[in-house]
Design a protein around this ligand. Structure first.
Ligand code: F6P
Length: 359
């Protein structure tokens, strides 16, 4: 088996709280085992661009980063080496630059690549693995939608941020007798909406997995009003859609979801005559200090990924299988989304305590 003397590490896709905790754990564990670490800037794009986009990661470089949001390595949603955007003769086109990336790894003496990413970055990691590149994956996303792990780090911090927003909306909604809608992230999964909605005491939660009926939403608001509660809080996942309808995009080309909460608010106003207000929480959910759960999970995953790399267990992704950190093949881990089950415990709990799912 190849002796691993230098590990390369990159963060790909959208950032999320806890990435720095993972990087720190990768560096500390590697150095303790006598292995050097190269940080690659801006995800796979940095691997294609080579030496100038790399730097030595030492104990000094990771000092103090545990509580910091974001990623000290930088990241991007673009830069897939297998279809890399280039300008040729003044025209933008895409080119397979995977060979360039592999050569860069060789010239930088990187023996194994640790990829910290979501579904997209892990799929790229898998493509490299199929070309013989030693890779180990670490799952990351605030959306918590990767099936191979119980939780992704970043999710609990996003839920805490969304719950705090609901708490704040409650007081102003009650004072003004308004219907307040909070749109949260999550792509095609309603995890952030469900968890924050229940933890924040929302009256209605709309998620992609359960198409909503606007009349059911209005009935719930009117029932509350008749019972004396002249305000309501509605948490709307960005991927929610009406029964028989489609999801809404701010940019359909880039598949950037958004706008559904304003549509629901307008329909509620038109049907009930009540005053509605919309808050889109947006990237606040991705920023800030990671909660302890995410720091701990990130640290455990980072340390275990180095163990896999040093043991030559390539093509694998570390994951949380409570109470342990385990691993699965990246092949198994990618492509299967974990979504909220309409028959599962979260939805049942919500309904049992009187929260409407709009169905
Ligand atoms: O996957 C994480 C996520 O924050 C989603 O919840 C959201 O839909 C998307 O990324 C936003 O991406 P961007 O930062 O490119 O706007």
């Amino acid at each position: 088996m190849k002796n691993i003397r230098r590990i390369g590490v990159l963060t790909g896709g959208g950032d999320c709280p806890g990435l720095n905790a993972v990087i720190r754990a990768v560096v500390k564990t590697s150095i303790k085992q006598g292995c050097a670490v190269t940080g690659i800037k801006d995800g796979f794009e940095g691997l294609v661009k080579g030496k100038d986009f790399t730097f030595e990661l030492t104990s000094d470089s990771v000092r103090g980063i545990l509580p910091r949001g974001g990623t000290i390595l930088g990241t991007t949603n673009r830069g897939n080496p297998f279809s890399f955007k280039v300008i040729e003769n003044g025209i933008e086109t895409t080119k397979d630059m995977s060979g360039v990336a592999i050569n860069n790894m060789k010239s930088l003496n990187i023996d194994c690549l640790i990829v910290i990413g979501g579904d997209g970055s892990l799929s790229i990691a898998l493509d490299f693995f199929k070309l013989g590149v030693p890779v180990v994956g670490i799952p990351k996303t605030i959306d918590n939608d990767l099936s191979a792990t119980d939780f992704t780090f970043g999710y609990q911090t996003a839920v805490a941020t969304a719950t705090d927003a609901i708490d704040k909306l409650h007081t102003t909604a009650e004072s003004h007798h308004r219907i307040m809608l909070l749109e949260v992230m999550g792509r095609n999964a309603g995890w952030i909406a469900m968890a924050s909605g229940i933890a924040g005491g929302a009256d209605i939660i709309l998620i992609p997995e359960i198409p909503y009926d606007i009349d059911k939403i209005c009935n719930k608001i009117e029932d509350r009003s008749s019972a004396g509660s002249k305000f309501s809080i509605i948490v709307v996942a960005e991927g929610a859609k009406p029964s028989g309808g489609e999801q809404m995009y701010l940019d359909s080309g880039a598949k950037r979801l958004g706008g559904v909460s304003q549509k629901v608010a307008d329909e509620i106003s038109a049907k009930t005559g009540l005053e509605t207000r919309v808050t889109v929480l947006g990237h606040l959910q991705r920023g800030g200090t990671p909660v302890p759960f995410d720091r701990l999970l990130g640290t455990r995953l980072g340390a275990e990924a180095v163990r896999l790399a040093l043991d030559g267990e390539f093509g694998k992704m570390v994951c949380l299988r409570t109470p342990d950190i385990k691993s699965v093949t990246i092949q198994e881990a990618t492509g299967v989304l974990k979504t909220v089950s309409p028959d599962g415990d979260l939805v049942r709990t919500a309904k049992n305590i009187g929260i409407s799912l709009g169905d």
